[in-house]
Design a protein around this ligand. Structure first.
Ligand code: G3H
Ligand code: 13P
Ligand code: ZN
Length: 311
């Protein structure tokens, strides 16, 4: 089956009270681990590429690897640009075969965010591509953009209807207290999300798909594996799984996960080298890393997203 947009997968996810996992991809092993899991669990999937991933791996390599995964799995897979920050970047991905793009104008003032997002939507819709916009600012690091602790801002529910109407976006990322990276909540504090904001957004946009960024759980097993094998990560706290599950039963149709993939891969490779210091064949350490990604993604699909058997 060809790549799909987000339209049908979000309609079904909203109705069914589950969410689609949007996993960041940077190389072949990551793509294989994620898509093998989705195939085993018969789950639809969003594979997303950041501008950093595109710089690292090259647009064409990533598109061709995702096309290979389509052939291998025959699943509904959407290829999505994560955090596009300019019209030109979005256009290049649309022209280059992506079926969905995010235009993240959240660093602009409201009117500039609306204007930039509208311009991307017009071009994308003319080409049969869906668009995710963002209102509110998440903390953390994405590519070159760093939003310091305390400098994020929650989404204002009073703006969402106007934003969606004026831009024509197909989905909306909102800020309710998640953040990018491995350090989401202060050590010693209880992780909290503003479900009241999500509820208000849902009331103002009935049936409209909402996106949650910064949604890794920062799986302790992998942080411990990193630190037990020579790593030095400070206390890292992610979004508890029960909160993600709750969001998925509400209006959240897309849950973004990158950091958990990084932790699974790095923890497994560090452990491998600690146990096998003389090995140097990359296949020997990339294979267990790919296996760890597959099992972690299967867990997410079945126990967090609820997207198993929904392909
Ligand atoms: O939200 C950001 C994603 O984790 C992508 O990270 O820009 O370093 O590829 P990256
Ligand atoms: P995490 O850093 O929590 O994995 O978030 C990833 C993300 O939001 C990608 O857009
Ligand atoms: Zn993000």
């Amino acid at each position: 089956m060809p790549l799909v947009t987000t339209v049908e997968m979000f309609n079904k996810a909203y109705e069914g009270g589950y969410a689609i996992g949007a996993f960041n991809v940077n190389n072949m092993e990551i793509i294989q681990g994620i898509t093998e899991a989705a195939k085993e669990e018969n789950s639809p999937l969003i594979l997303q590429v950041s501008s950093g991933a595109r710089k690292y791996a090259n647009h064409t390599y990533l598109v061709k690897l995702v096309e290979a995964a389509l052939i291998e799995t025959d699943l509904p897979i959407c290829l999505h640009l994560d955090h596009g920050d300019t019209f030109e970047l979005c256009k290049s991905c649309i022209d280059g075969g992506f079926t969905s793009v995010m235009i993240d104008g959240s660093h602009h003032n409201y009117d500039d965010n609306v204007a930039l997002t509208r311009r991307v939507v017009d071009y994308a819709h003319d080409h049969g591509v869906t668009v995710e916009g963002e209102l509110g600012r998440l903390e953390g690091v994405e590519d070159d953009v760093k939003v310091a602790m305390g400098e994020g801002s929650y989404t204002d529910p009073d703006q969402v209807l106007d934003f969606v109407t004026r831009t024509g976006v197909d989905s909306l990322a909102i800020a309710i207290g998640t953040s990018h990276g491995a350090y989401k909540f202060k050590p010693g504090t209880k992780p909290q999300l503003r479900f009241d904001i999500l509820e208000e957004v849902q009331k103002r946009l009935p049936g409209f798909p909402i996106v949650l960024h910064g949604a890794s759980s920062v799986i302790p097993e992998f942080v411990e594996m990193i630190n037990a094998n020579g790593g030095k990560m400070p206390d890292a706290i992610g979004v508890p799984e029960d909160m993600l599950r709750k969001a998925a039963t509400m209006a959240v149709c897309k849950i973004n996960i990158d950091s958990d993939l990084r932790l699974a891969m790095t923890g497994t490779i560090r452990k491998y080298f600690n146990e096998n210091p003389s090995h140097f064949d990359p296949r020997q350490y990339l294979k267990p890393a790919r296996d760890a990604i597959r099992e972690m993604v299967r867990h997410k699909i079945v126990h967090v997203l609820g997207s198993n058997n929904k392909a």
